[in-house]
Design a protein around this ligand. Structure first.
Ligand code: NAG
Ligand code: NAG
Ligand code: NAG
Ligand code: NAG
Length: 173
């Protein structure tokens, strides 16, 4: 009987310490319209002339878009600073088989604390559908500190379109 009480106590304290080691993880969503997103070199809130999205499928109904042309001198950039252990970036991916009336190729570079950590590419598919809520960059192994997250678009291969919807980060607070 004492043995099982002791086992129960051990299990109980194991449970408590695991719960506190994980802290309480909380997701924070940063909408594209949030003032904590910094856009550089030519982004605008949707809709644009050719791109009208289904706002019911977007986080809070909004998005930001940009097109980077191969001859552009400046890089299209967006930056978000956050403190946390994970980050998830969600975009809308466009398709446009003929390349008209807009370019829909995706090629984005991701940086954490100014170091390139990933890239997302998508060649247009044979459909005019938009793909919503696409997690284009996920990192769940960040050290728990302040991070500077950046997206850079600088392709010299062909024009790149980005439709940014929202970002989620996970805090231990
Ligand atoms: C945070 O959101 C991501 C996906 O958006 C999900 O996989 C993860 O489980 C969430 N974490 C918490 C603590 O809710
Ligand atoms: C993010 O932090 C960097 C310093 O690491 C700072 O230079 C930059 O202005 C900050 N950006 C935003 C959007 O607050
Ligand atoms: C959603 O958009 C409304 C304005 O349309 C704004 O007041 C609100 O703060 C936004 N919510 C989030 C979570 O971004
Ligand atoms: C996540 O971020 C860390 C720290 O910046 C980096 O070393 C690692 O390569 C990243 N992982 C992914 C999947 O991008």
């Amino acid at each position: 009987m004492f043995a099982s009480l002791r086992l129960g106590a051990v299990l109980f304290f194991t449970f408590i310490s695991q719960a506190s080691a994980q802290g309480s993880l909380t997701n924070v969503t940063v909408d594209d319209a949030s003032p904590s997103v910094r856009y550089l070199n030519g982004w605008s809130p949707g809709p644009s002339l050719y791109i009208q999205l289904d706002t019911s499928k977007l986080f809070n109904g909004t998005w930001h878009d940009t097109t980077h042309y191969t001859q552009d001198i400046t890089t299209k950039e967006m930056h978000v600073n956050f403190t946390g252990v994970a980050v998830y970036l969600y975009a809308v991916i466009a398709n446009q088989p003929s390349g008209k009336p807009f370019d829909a190729f995706a090629d984005y570079k991701f940086l954490l604390d100014d170091v390139v950590v990933g890239e997302y590419r998508h060649e247009v598919e044979d459909t005019t559908d938009f793909f919503y809520n696409v997690p284009i960059y996920v990192n769940t192994t960040l050290p728990d500190k302040e991070h500077r997250f950046s997206v850079l678009i600088d392709s010299t291969e062909k024009p790149v379109l980005m439709l940014f919807d929202y970002l989620v980060y996970t805090t231990t607070q």
